[in-house]
Design a protein around this ligand. Structure first.
Ligand SMILES: O=C(O)CCC(=O)C(=O)O
Ligand SMILES: [Fe+2]
Length: 288
């Protein structure tokens, strides 16, 4: 089965610069096609304000490194996290972990950050926030999409970054038509944690809370290019044709995923040996 087309190109998408209505903050929009798009504002929050907020978050947020369960195995999440939400919303659960929902009033500066994001995105209304702290380039978030039901079919997710610059990579999910049935079956097996039929190299790759079923499909079944190398190796070497886009997320930047981005794309912040500093990322979401 061909998950990806056979050539080795990484197809990059074009960013179109545009101005916001007030004309004072530059933003670029990347049309991912089929109703998905990303907006990137490199300098939303001035540097000195961003450092003040970074210091506040670093010191006052009750960071935890949860143990999460994937395929029946327990792993320490490869970054620290905290969750904030308006009371009364449906609770968030991922990888068998249900974070405690702190209130916005517990950490008042979060309300200023929310306001800055709302001002940049007229018409948006976020009511929950997932915070991540990456203490070094060794910490990361693996391939996933934030497609939990509680966010609805076309979630808008606004991602504010402070501190060390890191790459944020978006990659198109494998074809749906030919893989639909396999995805469904894997989703079932995955959800039920019945993963015994996966080869060992599959389960050893699964170390992230958001491991994508689509990644498992690629790893398990690979492409039909005649290679007898394990598919996991081929995936790591990037020997597939991949449509992807990389954003270097700057201190004080805002990246917004819109439309069907969670349905049709996966994203990650990969390990980077050269990234030495700490990075704090806030993803604002709306729970329906
Ligand atoms: O740290 C980031 O930029 C992304 C975090 C993320 O994807 C998530 O929390 O779902
Ligand atoms: Fe995400």
């Amino acid at each position: 089965m061909n998950i990806y087309p056979s050539s080795m190109n990484v197809l990059k998408l074009k960013a179109v610069p545009n101005e916001n209505p007030k004309g004072n903050v530059k933003r670029e929009t990347v049309d991912l096609g089929n109703g998905s798009s990303v907006v990137y504002i490199q300098r939303l929050i001035p540097s000195d304000q961003s450092w003040k907020w970074f210091q506040y978050l670093d010191k006052h947020i009750p960071w935890t490194r949860p143990t999460i369960r994937v395929c029946g195995n327990s792993f320490l999440q490869p970054r620290e996290t905290c969750y904030v939400a308006t009371p009364g919303l449906t609770e968030l659960t991922y990888s068998g972990y249900q974070p405690h929902a702190y209130s916005w009033d517990d950490y008042p500066p979060l309300k200023d950050m929310l306001e800055a994001v709302h001002n940049a995105l007229p018409g948006s209304s976020f009511n929950s926030l997932l915070l991540n702290r990456y203490n070094s380039g060794n910490e990361y978030v693996g391939w996933h999409s934030d497609d939990e039901k509680l966010y609805g079919p076309t979630p808008e997710i606004a991602s504010l970054t402070f501190g060390c610059e890191r790459d944020f990579v978006l990659k198109k999910k494998p074809c749906k038509k030919s893989c639909g049935m396999i995805l469904l079956l894997l989703e079932l097996y995955y959800t039920c944690s019945i993963c015994v039929f996966f080869p060992v190299h599959v389960t050893t790759l699964v170390v992230d809370p958001y491991v994508s079923v689509h990644e498992l499909v690629i790893i398990c079944f690979g492409s039909s290019d005649g290679s007898d190398e394990p598919a996991s190796k081929r995936l790591k070497k990037g020997s597939h044709d991949v449509v992807q886009h990389t954003f270097r997320l700057k201190h004080g930047s805002l990246l917004v995923m819109r439309g069907y981005t969670q349905r049709d794309w996966i994203h990650s912040v990969p390990k980077r040996a050269k990234a030495e500093g700490k990075r704090i990322n806030l993803t604002f979401r709306r729970v329906f």
